[in-house]
Design a protein around this ligand. Sequence first.
Ligand SMILES: [Zn+2]
Length: 539
Amino acid sequence: MLLDHNSCYQALVTHDQRFDGVLFVGVTTTGVYCRPICPARTPRRDRCRFFANAAAAENAGFRPCLRCRPELAPGAAVVDSANRIASSAAERIEAGALNEAGIDELAAEFGVSSRQLRRVVKRELGVTPTELAQTQRLLLAKRLLTDSALPVIEVAFASGFSSVRQFNALFRERYGLSPTALRRSQSSQTRKEVLTVELGYRPPMAWPLLLKFLADRAIPGVESVEANRYSRAVRIGQSCGWIDVERAARENALRVKVSLSLARSLPPLLARVKNLLDLNAHPQLIEARLGEDERLREIVKRQSGMRLPGAFDGFEMAMRAVLGQQISVAAARTIAGRITDAFGEPIETPNPKLNRVSVRAARLAQAGAADLTRFGLTGKRAECLIALARTVAEGAVRLEPGVDVEATIERLKQVPGIGDWTAQYIAMRAMRWPDAFLHSDLGVRKALGETSSKRILEIAESWRPWRAYALMHLWNGLGQTPIKTGGEDGLSSSRISALAPDNSPRLLLPCGDVFAAGHRAIELEGPALEEEAEIAFKG
Ligand SMILES: [Zn+2]
């Protein structure tokens, strides 16, 4: 982000939410740094210093504001930065990459040397990877001291410090008080069996729409959506437990309840929740851009705040994508539940609906096709799933944000039964690639009234780098009222009815992944994928 002082100050004066998490202001007279949305009185222009991230502000000697709480600001999306390596590395660091391993391992993930990684992070973010990691740990610790009753020693480890002494020293040095002093200054908290953490987002947020998407795909035993709350069983490394996510009382934040058993896996856990729920998105910027296209203007307005659902667990999401090929989303869900019941490890949670953790790729890689076909898969689909599990288990692909998207898509397509559609869909969700696009998708063809993939790609060119959001808008918008465009490329309502002869809005997607719109679930099918699958199997 390159903003001049005046634009930054303007964002501050207007408390512009679009810049929350994108810039931070350090006030030279108080030594405190804030989010642009801070309710405190706006400081004078000449007393402000602007920073692109919290670590840079802390490095310049500023302490986090206790009112607006910079640790609650939403993160920056990867596409914001000119340099993908720097921003992806920042995400990995926030997820705790430098807590478990060193800078060399992190650099290797991106195929660069540690010196190169240091240089590129410093250039893009103004701080070194180590400084970034320290600030992330401190901010998470501050959040836990404020919002949870976790003992101070546990706070140190949960936020990624390797020793309590180091935690105490750094905390005192940066924030000018000890962790216990900050804890005492907060209202008394009773010891709880759960941790509660808030995650901020930039408004608007179409939470019900996102929940509906997740509910339709929830794997029985692992996930559950009830009463505006998303819950799931979790395994991260050796820790197992559960989480609940719902809207927080605080504006523009979600409240995540975490079982204490997951306390030491908090950084990667919170990163996964953010990925799943797309909390780093800039909906206003995305919608302004997409709304420039007449074809999208109406649906984008109607579905304002729509998020691009990501993945909590890349392999779990990819497994679902494969299972959903050519069958309904409900059927795919049932089969996913049976497979999880057989291959997922049991877990005890207070929620009777959560009793299994997701199947691990390594476990499924050892299965034979016959072990899976009894759950209702075709033989080819079973083989595809096992081949995918092996590819993931061997480390040939990593299905997570920050990886090289093009290379991973190419590698996925080498798995028999995975074609371009499925690979792009996995990129869109598991790798959280906002520019992924399914140009051969039937739903997209119908929505745009275009049959030529080439023409569809041309139309989508102006939607970059947010083609995946446009796709979600099109899928979802299809099930509601017809898209009004007025242009000759658009669909008239009579053409929409012609496409849905039984008068029920039906959205046809190759992967069988039903995107429900409004109050009706839409049944999907996929001729496009059939071709894709055939080609793959022949090859
Ligand atoms: Zn503030």
